[in-house]
Design a protein around this ligand. Structure first.
Ligand SMILES: Cc1cc2nc3c(=O)[nH]c(=O)nc-3n(C[C@H](O)[C@H](O)[C@H](O)COP(=O)(O)OP(=O)(O)OC[C@H]3O[C@@H](n4cnc5c(N)ncnc54)[C@H](O)[C@@H]3O)c2cc1C
Length: 332
């Protein structure tokens, strides 16, 4: 039985009790129903880019989703792209950008699968998948029903959804509603992208330029999986950007990064808070197996680049310790 460290971007995780790869929605749902009826511990694994497993997994049954398939339906106004859960997220973005479908281009380079994308409502550079997801197929753990859930049923919010909040089940496919805008993107809601391309905020830019810019920006921060970059040996952000109301946002310095979410709420940069609280890039302590990314001095990411891949428990403790230090520093 292969160890899960082979299937996780943070490269940790021991040998599970069982590991079943499912290559279609039907196989996924049937495998779940069978496993759930046994009462044993189970876990649905996508690209393994947002999980940290223990070394001792002798009780855990893994269902790994590797289903493939993309279907396109076009109307006058929109392109509907239905992708199986096991499709690579970034390959889907590339596929859409190549064909001139706009709406997910700024989320280029995020690791993981299509099935993992609604779980925490992935997003980057001013776009979130919840803006384009129309529906998903879902096997509900509680009722064992096979459902099609509409966007509104998932109650998406910033890096959150009902699934992440505990509506347990399996995602079979996801449908996105994209637009054909003559090879241009949707209006860019990221100053980082528009500044880089020297265009005004809110511009519609060539899709390929947006994708290339995002990949460049992400690579410079260790946010694209790269075998040669230890900073990308991570499982994504440990911190989300805190959201505060307008009055609260005035308490913070003007030069701090803030993003307006709506009339009364602002997202603050967790990276700015952490760095300005004195926790520098690459920060660690002697004996700890984890460290802040060396590439993200002003970023929210706590990338753990591990020298000792098997010592999950120590790694978990190191991560928790560093998170407490960062949080404590910010509070003080
Ligand atoms: C270097 C790096 C950069 C990242 N950058 C970003 C970023 O910019 N923005 C962002 O939002 N995230 C980012 N992430 C986090 C991660 O890529 C996303 O959360 C991704 O969507 C996880 O998908 P996955 O397939 O790898 O899920 P996994 O890690 O395999 O699983 C994550 C969760 O989703 C569940 N899940 C996965 N597939 C299914 C399915 N088919 N049905 C039901 N449940 C399922 C799992 O059970 C688990 O609870 C980054 C991660 C890394 C390592």
């Amino acid at each position: 039985m292969p160890e899960l460290s082979n299937f996780t971007t943070i490269r940790v995780g021991g040998e599970p009790k069982s590991l079943l790869e499912v290559a279609s929605e039907r196989e996924l749902f049937d495998a779940c129903k069978q496993l759930w009826s046994t009462g044993e511990d189970w876990f649905i694994l996508g690209g393994g880019s947002n999980v940290v497993f223990d070394d001792d997994l002798s009780d855990l049954n893994i269902i790994r989703v590797v289903s493939k398939g993309i279907e396109i339906t076009e109307s006058n106004e929109y392109v509907f792209v239905k992708a199986q859960a096991g499709e690579s997220w970034d390959e889907l973005v590339e596929f859409c950008v190549d064909r001139g479908y706009a709406g997910i281009e700024a989320i280029s380079g995020v690791p993981g699968t299509v099935g993992g994308s609604p779980v925490q409502n992935i997003g980057a550079y001013g776009q979130e998948v919840s803006e384009t997801i129309t529906k998903i197929s879902f096997l509900d753990y509680q009722t064992r029903e096979e459902l099609v859930l509409e966007n509104e049923d998932l109650n998406f919010s910033y890096r959150d959804s009902d699934i992440k909040r505990g509506r347990i089940g399996a995602i079979g496919w996801v449908e996105f509603r994209l637009q054909k805008l003559d090879g241009l993107s949707v209006p860019m809601a990221s100053g980082q992208i528009t500044n880089y391309l020297d265009k005004p905020y809110g511009s519609q830019l060539p899709l390929q330029d947006v994708r290339e810019t995002v990949l460049k920006l992400r690579s410079s921060k260790g946010m694209v999986i790269d075998a040669n970059d230890p900073n990308s040996v991570s499982c994504g952000s440990f911190f989300t950007n805190p959201v505060v109301d307008y009055i609260k946002s005035l308490e913070f310095p003007e030069d701090m990064q803030k993003w307006k979410m709506n009339e009364d709420s602002f997202k603050l940069s967790a990276g700015w808070l952490i760095e300005n609280a004195g926790v520098e890039k690459g920060f660690s302590l002697p004996g700890l197996k984890a460290a802040f990314s060396l590439k993200q001095p002003v970023n929210l990411r706590l990338n753990c680049h591990f020298k000792y891949l098997r010592e999950t428990d120590h790694i978990g403790k190191s991560c928790r310790f560093l998170i407490l230090i960062a949080m404590g520093a910010v509070v003080l």
